[in-house]
Design a protein around this ligand. Structure first.
Ligand code: 13P
Ligand code: SF4
Length: 315
């Protein structure tokens, strides 16, 4: 096994040789973020996938992100470092059950969070991410009944800020649901001037403590623009790497989960993306992620609709 510095050099050389682009989500480990061509939130990663001009896309993220890459760039070979990198939120919404829920509410338009399988996207009118959900929901007439799935926390947040009463699917992310309100309150007492940055997948009680609620990209941008120098970060702790890199003089404190002994909250699926596995995937051109054609041709429409609305809104 090579040390990380050699692996990074080897992976970059392999990417060049194979005309591959390496995409990484903010929740992957720092070494993976550092080797990627592009690091971003779910919206930015989808935008990158749509314009990728590469023979291979190596998606260092989770399975639904690789599916989205394949749907948006069908000509490219899409690789993922570890096929076990799924997502508890996407899995809380089995496609068959969601399709029945949709069929039971025929007058509703269907909005799905990007954290869903391609099969769920195939029965969706428009996809959203945490970076554009509010604006996309607002783009529907006020009297249009809406279904929102699968994240009940993000859905409740969007209902609260838009005044909608969207029907919510009862799904959640196990990472964001387990942030400890008690520990956040303690940290806020310890650092009273710190700003609290919360991802909208968190529970409502935690979200109510926030100075800023937003996608990982929005939270990162806020840390760069705010005059504040200390931040309590209530999302997966991988994002701290970019925050610290772009604001080296500021202090970022990851808020812990409820579990005793854990100082920060990591997504075990995102963390399956090690540098070694990323290298192996590109070397062997495997594991490859594919999407059956009959699903891809229906799933591409709501994703393209999301990208089109986001483009018009400058998101
Ligand atoms: P964003 O990338 O939209 O901030 O969402 C975070 C997430 O949970 C991705 O799985
Ligand atoms: Fe899925 Fe939650 Fe992990 Fe994001 S943090 S990939 S929503 S399990």
């Amino acid at each position: 096994m090579l040390p990380n510095t050699d692996l990074k050099t080897a992976l970059r050389a392999l990417a060049k040789e194979k005309n591959a682009v390496i995409l990484a989500h903010y929740y992957t480990e720092a070494a993976v973020q550092d080797v990627a061509d592009f690091v971003g939130d779910s919206l930015a990663l989808a935008q990158q996938a749509a314009k990728a001009d590469a023979d291979i896309i190596l998606m260092c993220g989770v399975h639904f992100m690789a599916e989205t890459c394949k749907i948006l760039s069908p000509e490219a070979k899409v690789l993922i470092p570890d096929t076990a990198a799924t997502c508890s939120l996407a899995e809380s919404c089995p496609a068959d059950d969601f399709a029945k829920f949709v069929a039971a509410h025929p007058n509703h338009k269907v909005i799905s969070y990007v954290n869903t399988s391609a099969a769920v996207k195939a029965v969706t009118d428009v996809v959203v991410t945490s970076g554009n959900a509010r604006e996309i929901v607002d783009s529907f007439p006020a009297d249009q009944p809406l279904i929102f799935g699968p994240d009940k926390n993000l859905g409740a947040y969007i209902n609260a800020i838009t005044g909608r009463e969207m029907l919510l699917w009862d799904g959640a992310c196990h990472v964001h649901e387990r942030f400890s309100l008690e520990k956040l309150i303690e940290l806020k007492q310890q650092y009273p001037t710190a700003e609290v940055l919360v991802h909208p997948e968190c529970r409502g009680a935690v979200r109510k403590m926030a100075d800023v609620v937003g996608s990982t990209a929005r939270l990162l941008k806020h840390t760069q623009e705010s005059p504040c120098t200390t931040f309590l970060v209530v999302t997966e702790s991988g994002i701290l790497h970019q925050m610290q890199q772009s604001s080296p003089d500021k202090t970022f404190i990851p808020v812990p989960p409820d579990d005793p002994g854990c100082a920060c909250n990591e997504c075990q699926y995102m963390r399956l993306n090690t540098l070694q596995k990323a290298y192996n995937a590109l070397l062997n051109e495997s594991p490859e992620v594919t999407v059956p054609a009959h699903i891809a041709e229906r799933a591409v429409r709501p994703i393209m609709r999301m990208l089109e609305i986001s483009r018009k809104l400058g998101l």
